[in-house]
Design a protein around this ligand. Structure first.
Ligand code: 9MR
Length: 562
């Protein structure tokens, strides 16, 4: 009888709600019994039989599941299989993901540009201010009569996008929408979510205060002269793996783009209505946001097809720009999203015709360059609070979200790992963990619409995936779980003197594209991951990947027991 820890048992390393389904995946086990015991294995609290063996195509593993959903008593346990060994310990208790939700939100505080992070809030990860961004140069690609190339603007604050220190409007779009939507969907939980940030003691909920750090930066990215929005604020090329104070190279705002204007318009419209009730604390903000939004919308109408094409830009302008592109070349979905947010905020019929929904059964999962689902979520959330003229779109949005959820859920019960994530190799693109998160959000939205708790059960399978029930047996969140990433591609984690990476960050996850050309220990798609700082294609962190983690954990905390 094996009395050692085994990595063959893969389960959610944080644990489970008492009433929730509880499943572990086991690789390389014969049929037989499993036991859930106290961590010292002195007391067995649950006995079950391993399920039938299934082949996991995308990891080439033979997998059995151990279902111990029948165990509902709160406690700390391990799962033990006599021939193999015992698992990492896990908990069964209410609020089991509460600390993770707070940490995932706190990750944005760590990403703040232009401010010192004192030890009171940042602990051992305290650091002096960097990237003041108060003298950002207008790149020749962004020059105008009022703002000639080489003049400077102030564009402080904002979050560092990812492992790099640049700030990109397009990626702020979906990120801000996801965080603000957590608050709109679950206001009571949103008010109680405490990230222990400097603003935690003020009357504004932390999720909004943290978003405000980035919103204030976004507002500076609009040219007040014409309403256009710069695509990004960036160095000419990526910084080394150093701390912010060591970064002294010039920063630029580059070319205005249609995608940036529309994403900005959508976020500012949503922010306007979300912050309106806090006008006492934030006088004028809601009005400024709405004005910024409508001006960006008007700019986009005049410039409907200005796409960010970095190679083309570099043929015309100096210095050449080599940083992230977020170069969305199709903005149909951005139009519809911006129109929906402006419509939901203003109820003004002028935006209604621009809400263009997709043909039936074609709703794609959201991502930084595909935001159509965000408009569906808002239509469904507002429902009858929208003017009657939108009833058709609301009904269609609700139907299509539920249809998307059905498609996602289909087949996961009989899949080897029994998670929604991992149905096909298409799930494993750059930032695959955000796919798992966004699938979870779509399922939560379907629950909100239908009231059918099965969608929450499926959403939880993806949280289980992210926290350890995956082919790698890894919790993909730094600092949360027994086996977690230690070397994320993250300048703040790599450049500091602290051994542990900053906590609460979701890494990108398996990506068979392997664009970074690093050494990966395994070949299969679901195993295409390496915990190495060089691996920006599988082990980076990013604001648009953490937001679905905040949403999913927050939604689960808000809805536990349903
Ligand atoms: O998340 C982005 C991914 O979808 C793209 O395939 C990839 C290559 O263009 O870029 C990713 O975004 C990166 C951005 O360009 C720069 N900051 C880091 C982002 C995460 O790797």
């Amino acid at each position: 009888q094996a009395q050692q820890l085994t990595e063959s048992i893969k389960l959610n390393q944080l644990g489970f709600y008492p009433g929730a389904p509880k499943v572990a995946a086991v690789t390389g086990a014969a049929a037989g019994k499993f036991y859930v015991t106290t961590p010292d294995r002195s007391t067995t609290v649950f006995t079950g039989n391993l399920g039938e063996q299934r082949h996991a195509e995308l990891s080439e593993q033979e997998v059995r599941t151990a279902d111990f959903s029948g165990l509902t008593a709160a406690g700390t346990y391990v799962l033990w299989i006599p021939a193999i060994g015992y698992s990492h310990s896990f908990q069964i208790k209410p609020q089991v993901y509460g600390p993770l939700a707070a940490a995932a939100l706190k990750s944005y505080y760590y990403q703040r540009a232009s401010t010192p992070l004192p030890a009171t809030y940042a602990g051992v990860w305290n650091r002096p201010a960097g990237h003041p961004d108060n003298h950002v140069l207008v790149h020749p690609s962004a020059a105008s009569a009022q703002r000639p190339a080489g003049t400077s603007i102030a564009s402080s604050r904002g979050w560092y996008d990812a492992g790099d220190y640049n700030k990109y409007i397009v990626n702020s779009g979906i990120t801000m929408a996801t965080l603000l939507s957590l608050y709109e969907d679950f206001p009571a939980y949103g008010k109680q979510l405490n990230a222990q940030i400097p603003e935690s003691s003020n009357p504004i909920p932390d999720v909004l205060d943290e978003s405000l750090w980035n919103l204030r930066w976004m507002l500076t990215m609009q040219d007040p002269n014409d309403g256009g929005v710069y695509h990004k604020l960036t160095n000419a090329s990526f910084d080394g793996m150093v701390m912010p104070t060591e970064c002294q190279t010039p920063r630029y705002v580059v070319q205005k783009s249609t995608a940036a204007a529309l994403d900005f318009a959508a976020v500012c419209a949503q922010a306007s209505r979300v912050f309106r009730p806090f006008s006492g604390q934030l006088p004028g903000l809601a009005d400024s946001c709405l004005q910024a939004s409508t001006r960006a919308w008007e700019w986009a109408k005049k410039h409907p097809a200005v796409y960010y094409q970095q190679d083309e830009l570099n043929k015309q302008f100096q210095p050449a720009i080599a940083t992230g592109t977020y170069g969305d070349q199709n903005v149909q979905d951005e139009w519809s999203w911006a129109a929906t947010e402006l419509y939901a905020t203003t109820k003004n019929e002028t935006y209604h015709p621009s809400i263009q929904l997709l043909p039936e059964g074609k709703l794609p999962l959201p991502g930084w360059n595909q935001v159509q689902a965000l408009s569906y979520y808002t239509l469904a959330r507002f429902g009858t609070k929208l003017p009657a003229k939108a009833a058709k779109e609301v009904a269609k949005a609700k139907k299509e979200i539920v249809a998307l959820a059905e498609t996602l859920a289909a087949g996961s019960d009989t899949r080897a790992y029994q998670t929604v994530m991992g149905k096909s190799v298409g799930d494993f693109t750059w930032g695959s963990n955000s796919t798992a998160g966004n699938q979870g959000i779509a399922l939560v939205q379907a629950y909100q619409i239908s009231g059918n708790p099965k969608y929450l059960k499926y959403a939880l399978t993806n949280l289980d995936y992210l926290l350890g029930r995956n082919a790698l047996g890894l919790s993909f969140v730094t600092g949360y779980g027994a086996k977690t990433p230690q070397h994320p591609h993250h300048r703040l984690s790599e450049g500091d003197k602290v051994l542990a990476p900053l906590p609460g960050f979701l890494v990108g996850g398996p990506n068979p594209g392997r664009q970074d050309k690093c050494q990966y220990p395994f070949q299969a798609a679901a195993l295409s991951y390496t915990d190495d700082v060089c691996s920006y294609a599988s082990n980076e962190i990013a604001i648009n990947w953490n937001a679905p983690l905040v949403y999913l954990t927050g939604a689960m905390e808000a809805l536990q027991g349903k």
